[in-house]
Structures are given as structure tokens and as C-alpha cells.
Design a protein around this ligand. Structure first.
Ligand code: FAD
Ligand code: FES
Ligand code: FES
Length: 497
């Protein structure tokens, strides 16, 4: 058992043995380490001013990802390299991203610029060609409120295009072999427990250790990526004296690609889940690109998106439409249940306090399945859904043999439209008149609420419109244009809306 956390910074191991469990990475950097280049803006993961890069080993490769330090808990960076804006320039020579931002007049206000530099550093650090869509995607979690992005995007494209063979050419690339060794050395297999039984940060490796801690402290809070839990601390002002981090649990970040299904561990990040599930369908890829921004997707987990029980979480309706199931584990007991049965009522899920969501089983679509997923939000990027609709049809020729229509934002939980599903069975995809009973039934399936994101009427009409749009697209009426620009394949690559 290790009584400290350790991370790499500028090639040195920083060991922190005495910290409060609720300490954020941002406060640690600014207050304890006086690294004030990393700024505090919104303090809720939205604006990107606090972006830093985390380096870690993924299958032996050194990968840098952007994260928002304001909601990332300090304890969760155990075993990572933490790169801040102060680390980029070498002997007074700016990093290629910084140089390009200066040359292209992309350096704007002092709050946003360090975060923008760090997001673009992670793009520069990943080998491979970089196009405009990739730059826009990487900047989707950096919100500038003053001018615009054009010079910033130009600078990023210029700096990345100048990389020899599309590979990073900076001090981090030069030190990559040493960094890999140092990170491997940090991975000592130890479980972490910092604090005492009243206030602690724990990062167990084994489920039995987790069970042991939970048995002793049943009110301890489980935390994965902290993109929800972090806000309970920074925004709701809650004190969370006992925190158990799930990120080190053995096997929980594993992905298994089976013939008939994909099995994702609960701590697989939203970014990674999007990469894997996005291969199943262009709409899935597009949906994941629209979940939060790159920083939140790199920290937030698929398991957290389900376990938080939110009625407007983006992945549950998609996963329910795909007929996914989940695994829950507690001491001596493993159970698997359809995902839709997990959500009982607002704020209530079918999970005992000592049960951990461990795996998500996603069946692969069959050749006679047709899927459509639509997210409605006020902004294209980095915005919570007002409404999300996922439609999966099973076709037998033109006949609709089965339908799964799942929605977020229409009820207190992610929910299927059972009346509309029943009415669709037996309808013909080639005969729009036969869809009408299902669209009418959909109006009766839900009684949505009005809130800041959408009125009840808007939600109902939009849901009907989304199912109609899905049917039109699946029917393949060639003259009907249903997307603002381009095809859904292009949308999934970020080339069109
Ligand atoms: C700026 C911003 C934008 C966002 N945008 C979106 C968006 O567009 N779409 C969207 O869907 N969400 C969005 N979110 C919400 C959030 O990022 C996701 O819900 C994320 O998936 C939560 O995962 P996490 O690992 O960070 O969860 P955490 O914050 O670590 O935990 C969330 C809850 O789940 C529990 N939990 C986590 N993992 C497990 C487990 N394995 N077993 C049991 N319980 C567990 C925790 O105890 C806690 O109650 C956004 C958040 C922010 C800050
Ligand atoms: S301060 Fe705004 S995202 Fe962290
Ligand atoms: S660069 Fe900071 S608000 Fe625009």
C-alpha cells in the first residue's frame, strides 16, 4: 500500500503524500507548485482555460491527452506525466505550437491562450496528419468569448504540417524513450491510500480491496473521471471526505472485441469508447464527437456516463437502442442486466451502494439493422443535450420486423418509446403512410418537462421529427436531404454538420 501519489513533471518524479481528497489538480498546480500559467476560468470543466496535458502509456505508446485541471482530482493523476504551459518552451525557445500562434496572431487573452496552447500541444504530439476538422475538434473544449478562432486554427494547421513525416518534433518527442521508462517505473502495482479513515483518497487495484474499504466506509464516494463528481466539489460546494478512485482497478479499462459484441470496461474513457463504438456506425462516431469537448472526453468514462443516472446523459439512449447490457459486481456476486432496467426513476438506479458497474456489453449491429442517432443541443460542440433520440430498426426486406426507439431528455430516465415501437412493427419502410400510427403513438409515449434547455412541446415535436427523419433516411429516398450539409459519413469525420 502506497501512502502517496506520484507523477512526472519535467522529467522529475513529484511525490505528494499529504493532500486533501478533494484537492483539484488545478489548485495543486497553482497553489502548491506555483505554476500559475494554468488559469482558472469557469471552474466547471467548460471553458478550457485550465487545460493541461496528461502523458500516459497506452499499450506501450506514450500518449498525451488534454484534461481540464479544475475538475480533475489530484489523486487521479497518480502514475501520469503532467505537462503544463510552463514546460513547453525550451531554453527560451518557444514550442512550435506557441511559435505558430505568435506568428499567426493567434495569441489572444491571457486566460484562454494557455489552455488553447495545451490543447493544441496534445494534437501536435499525436503522430499522423492533422486536418481542419481535427483542429476544430481538439479546440471544441476551449471557449473563447472575445474574438474568434481563425488565426488559432491556421496556426495549429501550420505547426502540425511542419512536423517531419507527421511526427512530433519537440523536446517531448526527443525525451519520449526516457519518459516511457519513467512512467513504466511509476507503475509499481501498489494500491494507494492517502489520509486516514475520516478523510482519504484511495485508489485500489483489486476489487476485494475496494470491497474492504466500502465495507468499512459505506458512505465513501466512488469516482472515475470526476467530470461529474469534480463539479459536486467545485460548484455544489459539497465536502466529499472519503473518495475511492476506480481508475486503477485491474481490468476495468479493458476492451474486448468479440464476434457478436464489444465489451467495454467501465473506466474506458468516452474518447476511447467513441473510437471503438464509432466504427460500428457513422452516427455513433458523430455523437461521441459531440459529447462535451476533448478534455472532458479524455477524463470522463463510459461507466460514469451510465452510473450517474442522468436523464440527459448521451450514451444511455444509444446503448439502449443497441440493446446493450451491463455487469454489476459486489462481494461474491456478479449480475448482468439489460441497460434499460438499470434506470428506475429520477436519481434512482438498480445498484446497491457496494455494487460497481464493471462492464458494458454492446451487441454488434446485424446486416439487417439500421441505426440513426441524433443529438439536439443549443450548441454543436460541448453542450448538454436537450433531447437525444436513437432509433434501431430490424428490417425484413421492406417490412419493419422490430424497432427500438430510445430517448434522453423525454422523461426522468433514459427511456424507450414502447407505443411507437409496437406501432412500427409490421409497417413498411417503403410506405411513409404506414409510419403515421407510430409517430402518433410517440406523442403519447412521453410527458416531458419544460426546462432551460427545451420546452415540453418542443421536446415532443422534435422527438417525432427525429423518428420521422430516421425513417426517411433509412428508406433512402434519394431526393430527400436530411442533413444541413454533406452525408452522415462526412459528419462522423467532422467535415459537415
Ligand atoms: C463541461 C462538461 C461537458 C459535459 N458534456 C456532456 C455531454 O455532452 N454529454 C454527456 O452525456 N455528458 C456530459 N458531461 C457529463 C460527464 O462528462 C459524463 O457524464 C461522464 O461520462 C461522467 O463520467 P466520469 O467518469 O467523469 O464520472 P464521475 O464524475 O467520476 O462519476 C459520476 C457518477 O457515477 C458514479 N460512478 C462512476 N463510475 C462508476 C462505476 N464504475 N460503478 C459505479 N458507480 C460509478 C460515481 O460515483 C458518480 O456518482 C459533461 C461534463 C462536463 C464537465
Ligand atoms: S477553468 Fe474552465 S474548464 Fe477549467
Ligand atoms: S481569447 Fe480569451 S476570451 Fe477570447
Amino acid at each position: 500500500m502506497r501512502r502517496s501519489i506520484r507523477y512526472l513533471s519535467q522529467g522529475r518524479v513529484i511525490e505528494v503524500a499529504d493532500f486533501d481528497p478533494t484537492t483539484t489538480l488545478l489548485d495543486h498546480l497553482r497553489l502548491a507548485r506555483r505554476r500559475t500559467g494554468t488559469k482558472e476560468g469557469c471552474n466547471e470543466g467548460d471553458c478550457g482555460a485550465c487545460t493541461v496535458a496528461l502523458g500516459r502509456l497506452v499499450d506501450g505508446r506514450l500518449v498525451y491527452e488534454p484534461v481540464t485541471a479544475c475538475i480533475r482530482l489530484l489523486g487521479t493523476v497518480d502514475g501520469c506525466e503532467v505537462v503544463t504551459v510552463e514546460d513547453l518552451a525550451e531554453g527560451g525557445r518557444l514550442h512550435p505550437i506557441q511559435r505558430a500562434l505568435v506568428d499567426r496572431h493567434g495569441s489572444q487573452c491571457g486566460f484562454c491562450t494557455p489552455g488553447i496552447v495545451m490543447s493544441l500541444f496534445t494534437l501536435y504530439a499525436a503522430p499522423g496528419p492533422v486536418d481542419r476538422a481535427a483542429v476544430l475538434d481538439r479546440l471544441s473544449g476551449n471557449l473563447c468569448r472575445c474574438t474568434g478562432y481563425r488565426p488559432i486554427v491556421d496556426a495549429a494547421l501550420e505547426a502540425c504540417a511542419a512536423r517531419p513525416d507527421d511526427r512530433p518534433d519537440d523536446l517531448f518527442a526527443a525525451a519520449a524513450a526516457e519518459t516511457r521508462l519513467a512512467l513504466a517505473a511509476l507503475d509499481d502495482g501498489e494500491e494507494v491510500f492517502v489520509g486516514d479513515e475520516d478523510r482519504f483518497f484511495a485508489a485500489p487495484r483489486r476489487l476485494d480491496t475496494l470491497d474492504h474499504i466500502l465495507a468499512a466506509c459505506p458512505d465513501a464516494t466512488l469516482v472515475a473521471g470526476a467530470t461529474d463528481v469534480g463539479l459536486w466539489i467545485t460548484k455544489a460546494g459539497r465536502d466529499l471526505p472519503r473518495l475511492i478512485h476506480l481508475g486503477h482497478l485491474d481490468g476495468l479499462d479493458r476492451v474486448e472485441e468479440r464476434d457478436d459484441e464489444i465489451v467495454l470496461g467501465a473506466t474506458v474513457t468516452l474518447e476511447e469508447a467513441g473510437r471503438i463504438l464509432g466504427r460500428l456506425d457513422p452516427d455513433i462516431a458523430h455523437l461521441f464527437r459531440r459529447i462535451a469537448g476533448a478534455q472532458v472526453r479524455a477524463s470522463g468514462t463510459l461507466g460514469g456516463n451510465i452510473a450517474n443516472g442522468s436523464p440527459i446523459g448521451d450514451t444511455p439512449p444509444l446503448l439502449i437502442a443497441l440493446d446493450a447490457s451491463i455487469e454489476l459486481v459486489r462481494p461474491g456476486h456478479v449480475r448482468r442486466l439489460p441497460l434499460e432496467d438499470f434506470f428506475i426513476a429520477y436519481g434512482r438506479q438498480d445498484r446497491a451502494h457496494d455494487e460497481i458497474l464493471t462492464r458494458i456489453f454492446v451487441p454488434r449491429p446485424r446486416p439487417n439493422h439500421a441505426l440513426r442517432v441524433f443529438k439536439i443541443a443549443k450548441r454543436h460542440d460541448q453542450d448538454i443535450s436537450g433531447l437525444l433520440g436513437a432509433v434501431r430498426l430490424t428490417l425484413d426486406g421492406h417490412a419493419i420486423a422490430a424497432a427500438r426507439l430510445a430517448f434522453g431528455g423525454m422523461a426522468a430516465t433514459p427511456k424507450r418509446a414502447m407505443g411507437a415501437e409496437t406501432a412500427l412493427v409490421g409497417a413498411s419502410i417503403a410506405d411513409p403512410a404506414s409510419w403515421r400510427p407510430a409517430l402518433d403513438a410517440l406523442r403519447a409515449d412521453f410527458t416531458p418537462l419544460s426546462d432551460l434547455r427545451a420546452s415540453a412541446d418542443y421536446r415532443t415535436e422534435a422527438a417525432v421529427g427525429l423518428v420521422g427523419k430516421a425513417l426517411v433516411e433509412i428508406a433512402g429516398t434519394p431526393t430527400t436531404r436530411t442533413r444541413i450539409a454533406g452525408s452522415r459519413e462526412e459528419a462522423s469525420h467532422g467535415r459537415a454538420l
